[in-house]
Design a protein around this ligand. Sequence first.
Ligand SMILES: NC(=O)C1=CN([C@@H]2O[C@H](COP(=O)(O)OP(=O)(O)OC[C@H]3O[C@@H](n4cnc5c(N)ncnc54)[C@H](OP(=O)(O)O)[C@@H]3O)[C@@H](O)[C@H]2O)C=CC1
Ligand SMILES: O=C(O)C(=O)[C@@H](O)[C@H](O)[C@H](O)CO
Length: 326
Amino acid sequence: MSKPKILVARAIFPETIERLSQHFEVESNQSDESWSKEQLIARLQGKQGAFTTGSERIDAAVLDACPDLKICANMAVGYNNFDVDAMTAHGVLGTNAPDVLTETTADFGFALLMATARRIAESEHFLRAGKWQKWSFDMFAGSDIHGSTLGIIGMGRIGQGIAKRGAHGFGMKVIYHNRSKLDAALEAECKASYVSKEELLKTADHVVLVVPYSPASHHTIGAAEIALMKPTATLVNIARGGIVDDAALAVALREKRIAAAGLDVFEGEPKVHPDLLTVPNVVLTPHIASATVPTRRAMADLAADNLIAYFGGKGPLTPVTPVPGK
Ligand SMILES: NC(=O)C1=CN([C@@H]2O[C@H](COP(=O)(O)OP(=O)(O)OC[C@H]3O[C@@H](n4cnc5c(N)ncnc54)[C@H](OP(=O)(O)O)[C@@H]3O)[C@@H](O)[C@H]2O)C=CC1
Ligand SMILES: O=C(O)C(=O)[C@@H](O)[C@H](O)[C@H](O)CO
């Protein structure tokens, strides 16, 4: 029997390609070229499965043009690159890669918070530029992490990981906002209290965003929300580009309406709003929150496992679209 045909849309570990090749006829983008939508559609012709990353938009145009496609397995927990309604209407399954990256991403969220609040990147640039001539009482004085109030918007798996690090490791008071409240046992584990978004923005010393991107969460933080925050507050976005209005944030940072921001994700990335590149009080990283070697391997393994389980007749492991018969 011939093997199902799959497309691996971006360069990935050679071991993952080897493993997939045991089950599938694999075409892969190991040169990591940037494909246009037309090129993606051309490569997907005759393929029953796709190994995708957050970079490939799977929408009605792609689905209409690729009638053989049955499943797209994302090597990411976020799946806002999938048009879930269009995939459901076309009977194409989507899977994501949850859990395996939770702790690694929470570590990074906390690292970015600390770098931002304690002005680590800004002070390092100052030192490297040869500007350090003397000690002074307020040189790069930032804000404290320990004992401060941490506000988390998007208190899911990763948000809870950050909350535990803050509450148990740094004695922070943790407040959070979701559309729904966590159950009491989870709140106790995270030492966290539910508040409205407005109260969170007004009272938190540090606001961390870990909410998935959707039309409902578009510009969760814009000029009006920033205006509610303390002038000494920091804002960290490890969620997705589009959760923050980057243009409004750049203005707020320049005018010191909040103290600082740490951003791993950007509207229209890999492009970054030019004004963010020129304000000093922001730490910018290129979407690397899940980037440790073991975690990237685990994410690739889970995406591959989803394809293998589905074509092996077991059904997808971590579906994000409805699964027929379930
Ligand atoms: N920078 C990076 O490299 C990475 C970024 N991410 C991002 O982090 C996101 C979260 O991942 P994970 O924690 O595993 O996901 P979860 O689904 O476990 O958590 C998401 C949380 O957000 C809340 N939420 C969803 N929509 C809204 C909304 N409109 N307003 C307020 N709260 C909302 C949910 O609660 P409720 O439904 O009650 O609202 C839930 O608690 C991913 O979707 C991805 O975009 C993840 C990994 C790495
Ligand atoms: O999992 C997610 O949602 C992410 O944002 C990151 O872990 C990925 O690196 C990125 O999406 C590429 O697939």
